[in-house]
Write a protein that binds this ligand. Structure first.
Ligand code: C6P
Length: 408
């Protein structure tokens, strides 16, 4: 298959923020794993919503409310089609991946008993650790860890040995935010299903880079945050198989999630509303749909092939810096480079890079167990998106060299 090449100069025109200067230098934005930038197509969708049809949804008979409801539900359908869910009501709007995971963890309270087991990978974000620890505290279930190696790859044979009839749930990220590793989730899911365990995949870092097909994956739950794929903050989704979402109890009580309320008893609404209490982030949901349209207009194959080029280029250049070590060296990686320079604290390099207009993240990246595994306080993380360029990779490399010179 021939992949069309991205026209990066034209694409960059879509992102007004890329024109700004920081500390007197043109912005080099390499913190895309924390949050991606927003194209004008998505910004305009939000402006249009507030300018023309701002209204509460699923409630009024008036025209504005119906227009807003239609747009919001249309966004749900776009997301359903994008990840190939069977039904639109298998898409639950949430405030993001963290919220989606907490929804499932809360619901599993009634499914687990003392001695049941949950498997979590060694390279999870805190969002995919802490809610499960809280679930274990509530139920007496036991949390076990799928180990990884020094390349930052999960040990699938060890994983297979951890699985048993006691395993009720396996949770794992599709892509590690701290290392960039793309995990073999197809195998993780199929092995879990052999012991009848459910699987939740945290797709926060995969959705910007990989086209997801939840039916092909046969995954039970999958989470996405809009702000990492060119959408707004404060909105995301939980995908759940219909059979699981039907079984799962509601997360929060309130308006819109009910069928009927009396002081004696409340009955709950059908999917997806059972999980969507209160007024949602309406403009955010609609703009999430616009972000999906934007990503698909570029094409995931073209995005992946260009980001691979950027990853290889930047990796090679950074590796040439003496004392620089990259964490996360799997062959299966997204365009994330986590690194340290011997004898220098990551925060100090990050601060100097910022003075040069280069935005990277430094620290533990909300993945402290990963840092503990490598016995480091944190890393400098440069995460590239499709709108970044090789010139920007060069600026990063020169910036790191300059920082090293100043700090040595
Ligand atoms: N990681 C990062 O800089 P929210 O905040 O709910 O949208 O996403 C949480 C989350 C969950 N899982 C993974 C793998 C993630 O990377 C994140 C967010 C950002 O790495 C901000 S901490």
């Amino acid at each position: 298959m021939i992949t069309t090449k991205l026209d990066i100069e034209t694409i960059r025109e879509d992102f007004p923020i890329l024109k700004r200067k920081v500390n007197g230098y043109p912005l080099v934005y390499l913190d895309n794993a924390a949050t991606s930038q927003t194209p004008k197509q998505v910004i305009n969708t939000i402006v249009d919503y507030y300018s023309r049809y701002n209204a509460n949804i699923h409630r009024g008979v008036h025209s504005l409310s119906q227009e807003a409801t239609d747009s919001y539900e249309n966004a749900r359908i776009k997301i359903q089609k994008h990840i190939n869910a069977v039904q639109p009501y298998e898409i639950i709007f949430t405030s993001g991946t963290t919220d989606s995971i907490n929804l499932v963890a809360n619901g599993f309270t009634s499914f687990l008993k003392k001695g049941d087991e949950l498997l979590v990978s060694a390279m999870e974000h805190h969002s995919n650790i802490v809610p499960w620890q809280m679930l274990c505290e509530r139920t007496g279930a036991v949390l076990k860890v799928i180990p990884m190696n020094h390349e930052g790859e999960l040990l699938t044979e060890d994983y297979a040995k951890l699985l048993s009839k006691k395993t009720k749930l396996v949770v794992c990220n599709h892509v590690s935010n701290a290392l960039g590793t793309i995990n073999p989730i197809e195998r993780i899911i199929s092995l879990a299903h052999e012991v009848d365990a459910a699987v939740l995949i945290d797709g926060a870092q995969a959705a910007p880079h990989i086209k997801i097909d939840v039916q092909e994956l046969n995954v039970d739950f999958y989470t996405v945050s809009a702000h990492k794929i060119c959408g707004p903050t404060g909105v995301g989704i939980l995908y759940g198989k219909e059979e699981w979402l039907t079984k799962l109890p509601p997360y929060q009580g309130g308006g819109e999630m009910i069928a009927e309320v009396t002081f004696e008893k409340t009955t709950y609404a059908d999917l997806p509303h059972k999980f969507e209490a209160g007024t949602p982030n309406i403009s955010g949901g609609i703009a999430f749909g616009a972000a999906i349209d934007y990503m698909n207009s570029l094409g995931y194959d073209a995005i992946a092939s260009y980001e691979k080029e950027l990853l290889e280029y930047a990796t090679e250049k950074l590796m040439a810096i003496q004392g620089l070590k990259i964490y996360g060296t799997s062959q299966h990686k997204t365009s994330v480079i986590s690194f340290n320079v011997e004898g220098i604290h990551p925060y100090d390099i990050g601060t100097i890079l910022d003075k040069l207009g280069i935005a990277v993240r430094t620290g533990h990246h909300c993945a402290q167990p990963v840092m503990d595994y490598f016995n480091i306080p944190g890393t400098i993380r440069a995460s590239f998106s499709f709108y970044n360029t090789k010139d920007e990779a060069d600026i990063l490399v020169e910036g790191v060299k300059k920082a090293v010179q100043m700090l040595s």
